[in-house]
Design a binder for this molecule. Sequence first.
Ligand code: SAM
Length: 285
Amino acid sequence: MATLGNPSNTIAVLQKYKFNFQKKFGQNFLIDTRVLDKIISAADITKEDFVLEIGPGIGTMTQYLCEHAKRVAAVEIDKNLIPILEDTLSSYNNVEIIHQDILKMDMERFVQEQNPGNPIKVVANLPYYITTPIIMGLFESHADIHSITIMVQKEVAQRMQAVPGTKDYGALSLAVQYYAKPEIVANVPPNCFMPRPNVGSAVIRLIKYQEPPVSVNDEGQLFALIRASFNQRRKTLVNGLNNASNISYGKDEIVRALEEMGLPANVRGEALTLEQFAQLSNQLR
Ligand code: SAM
């Protein structure tokens, strides 16, 4: 099977199998080898690595991963792509094709079974409609993951990497930065995909922390506070938290906690760092 990652070989495979793109699965296949090279080098894949690829499509990036990694597991939801993958990956004996919805997999168990005692690397050109649930699902599963290198919508990558006080800073920035150190490694224009998406894309690498960078007594409360603060972006933090149905602290308690942290009562959520949100959560408790 010829190497994919260019328009003519991709079209040949699609025609051979009379494949129809399914919009509902966010299918935009990569057709640019330079982007593939960048992803592989950003993910720092070596012959020691077990790689989980989410959504292999027709196997374009999977071929690259098989060349560079020790072993690859490729999880694809679309049953019509399974026979294609068996064909395009037939010359590799270090790949397992898994027909599954990634959101329904028990990640912690999967990693323990597949690569006991060692962290895995996740690499994916993600279906954009479920980017956040996939990433948060991977982090919250507590599976042993070294890093996640993924293609996402450009705006989403910017939000993940954003710092306090900027327009992109929000609940997603804080959630991602609680678990990992983000770095955008490439911007990718729509003409690198078939069919072309309507949005720009970016590759972002998330290197997972062994331990979160802040210590909190109650993770659930920390994330509830963060979500409530950004639900009503234009309100002050105190009003945002006071209006949230799942936060039971009164205005006075919140103002007192902020004062103890040296913050004014009219501060907005977007001004607080992750460390300050953690401090606030611990103070309130
Ligand atoms: N990796 C391929 C490439 O770069 O050319 C395809 C990327 S395409 C943006 C996203 C892929 O994810 C599609 O193959 C789609 O069918 C698959 N997909 C969508 N939802 C999924 C899910 N819940 N679980 C696993 N795969 C999924």
